[in-house]
Design a binder for this molecule. Structure first.
Ligand SMILES: [Zn+2]
Length: 130
């Protein structure tokens, strides 16, 4: 029986997992891509953070899975898009991003047609000369 090994945790987010840890993760997953489930053949694979570092994931063994390079690129793009969406919503929520347009009010109801003017009166009385 193999002895138990404590989980590897990167000292920083940039710290790359050492080869023995990469091999351990690869073997734990049966050499299959975590995203598409196909067996990884050759050297074209990478370790993917299940919860991306930019989305608050940790650089530790339990958050790493082997994936194909091509599958990894697709997931990374999705993670970046998610991060951008979260940042935009949060920015609007805290007021860091202001709305580009003012909120439009409801259209005003149409004004009724103006009342017809009363007939004109003359200002002076006409005096009949008789
Ligand atoms: Zn894959």
């Amino acid at each position: 029986m193999a002895r138990t090994v404590s989980e590897w945790i990167g000292k920083t987010d940039d710290h790359r997992a050492p080869p023995r840890v990469r091999q351990r993760i690869f073997d734990d997953c049966g050499g299959k891509c975590h995203i598409c489930g196909v067996v990884i053949v050759g050297k074209k694979w990478a370790l993917d953070h299940l919860t991306a570092l930019i989305n608050g994931g940790e650089n530790r063994q339990s958050n790493l899975k082997p994936v194909h390079i091509t599958c990894h690129a697709v997931k990374t793009a999705a993670d970046v898009a998610e991060k951008a969406k979260v940042a935009k919503v949060r920015g609007k929520h805290i007021g860091a991003i202001r709305p580009k347009q003012s909120i439009k009010s409801a259209p005003k109801p149409e004004k009724p047609a103006p009342k017809p003017m009363p007939p004109r009166r003359s200002l002076f009385k006409e005096i009949s000369a008789s």
